[in-house]
Design a protein around this ligand. Structure first.
Ligand code: 4NP
Length: 152
């Protein structure tokens, strides 16, 4: 059965759209990949211009994405829920109604820094440089996720 993976950040316009685009580029179309934000302020919007630009620089088009808010139903739809930071983790876990739901949630950088509970820094209020750094972190983490999913 095809695996479903959800990437989650706060606004669903900077980090998780990038993670969605990067992971999609590393997997085949038997996987279902989506992203969402714990907050709904940007619902319906395109990803942030700076995320679109950095993705484009590395050959990834994320302009078909539109922001949406994370919903409780996502726990039933998705097999894996990767969150960008510790606050996202708390916010998503708070919506979980059982252990099966909770066990689906993981900090994305646990993939490359196991046990360290490292955040993908929010680049929204920072410089362009922040987006490059975030792209590289996510690229490394998504490499690891894709390898595991492709060779279970
Ligand atoms: P993201 O970044 O969580 O990576 O999408 C943010 C985008 C927007 C806001 C915060 C973070 N905001 O407060 O509007």
């Amino acid at each position: 059965m095809s695996k479903k993976i959800l990437l989650v950040c706060l606004g669903n316009i900077c980090r998780s759209p990038l993670a969605e685009g990067i992971l999609l580029s590393k997997l085949n179309d038997t996987f279902h990949i989506d992203s969402a934000g714990t907050g709904g302020w940007h619902a319906g919007e395109l990803p942030d211009k700076r995320s679109i630009q950095i993705a484009q620089k590395y050959g990834i088009d994320i302009t078909q994405q539109r922001a949406r808010k994370f919903q409780k139903e996502d726990f039933d739809i998705f097999d894996y829920i990767f969150v960008m930071d510790n606050q996202n983790y708390k916010d998503v876990i708070n919506l979980a109604s059982n252990e099966t739901h909770q066990n689906k949630v993981q900090l994305i950088l646990e993939e490359i820094f196991p046990g360290e509970r490292v955040d993908v820094p929010d680049p929204y209020y920072g410089s362009e440089d922040g987006f490059e750094k975030v792209f590289k972190m996510l690229d490394e983490a998504c490499d690891s996720i894709a390898k595991k999913l492709l060779n279970p």
